[in-house]
Design a binder for this molecule. Structure first.
Ligand code: PMP
Length: 287
């Protein structure tokens, strides 16, 4: 069945959902996005995603296409029109279509931002087998630009890194800069050693994961110790456990890094428990 997609003010069948070839998202990767998980027809961590969207827009001097309340109404209408119970809503805002190609930003008073939303259906979290087997990751150099805290659509290098992982027979890649892991291609990275959860501190070097914020809050509420600092690949290989977080993967165990088994080589108790807590709390708080 064809999806219904939202483009610039209209809900249309996906085959009719189009933007201009002059759109700056297409020509310049001049756009930002958010991905919000849907569980049981409801939106997980919606205020967090909208707050990060506003921040991404403001860091790039890009006009906001709608208020958070308007965006909530659009998300809900899109879910309803597509009958979506489990999956994601993808939202993208670009600097719009100035009618020609030019490096200079167009005047926001005359060129409106482009706003697109679409849904993607996924199996329920409990049906995702990777959570039981865990992921194998490889390390690759982090050669992305230096404002990774802005959630832009410049996803070429993360795509290349995922292809490098696939070519190496692995599931994903962790990015390394100055000898330390920054994050995963599309997720935040963690290790667990002697009961302490270690993950890189927030800065321009990583995306400020909405799942990361929720997870660290739940972990601290459960009296777990969290250390926000960078770690090396060698430390990860010697850790008791490792895992990643993202709105799409939730909490996902990592069982090997660059071919070296982590702990017992199976999902560890801390990652498994955090996944349960995260899913339970997210369902409770979803809008
Ligand atoms: N880092 C990067 C580079 C990402 O692309 C993502 C997923 N968008 C994350 C971290 C995780 O962020 P979130 O928990 O908000 O999905």
């Amino acid at each position: 069945m064809s999806r219904t997609v939202y483009v610039n003010g209209a809900f249309v069948p996906e085959a009719e959902a189009t933007v201009s070839v002059f759109d700056r998202g297409f020509l310049m990767a001049d756009g930002v996005y958010e991905v919000t998980t849907v569980m049981d027809g409801r939106l997980v961590d919606f205020p967090g995603h909208m707050a990060r969207l506003e921040r991404s827009l403001s860091e790039l001097d890009m006009p906001s296409p709608a208020t958070a309340d308007e965006l909530l109404a659009l998300h809900r209408e899109l879910l309803e029109r597509n009958g979506l119970q489990q999956g994601r809503v993808y939202l993208q805002v670009t600097r719009g279509n100035p009618g020609d190609r030019d490096f200079a930003f167009p005047d926001p008073a005359t060129v409106a931002p482009t706003l697109v939303l679409f849904t993607q259906e996924t199996p329920a979290p409990e049906a995702i087998g990777a959570a039981r087997s865990g992921l194998r990751v490889i390390s690759v150099p982090d050669i992305r630009w230096h404002r990774r805290d802005i959630k832009t659509v410049q996803l070429l290098y993360p795509s290349m890194a995922k292809m490098m992982a696939k070519a190496a027979g692995a599931d994903d890649a962790w990015l390394v800069e100055d000898g330390k892991v920054t994050e995963g291609t599309s997720n935040n990275a963690y290790i667990v050693k002697n009961g302490r959860i270690v993950t890189r501190e927030l800065s321009h070097d990583i995306l400020h994961g909405i799942t990361r914020a929720a997870l660290l809050r739940y972990a601290r509420e459960a009296q777990m110790v969290v250390e926000e600092r960078a770690f090396t690949i060698a430390e990860a290989q010697a850790a008791d456990e490792a895992f990643i977080t993202s709105a799409s993967a939730f909490v996902m165990p990592v069982v090997s890094v660059d071919g070296a088994q982590i702990g017992a080589g199976t999902p560890g108790p801390v990652a498994t428990r955090l996944r349960e807590i995260y899913l339970e709390e997210s369902r409770k708080a979803a809008l």
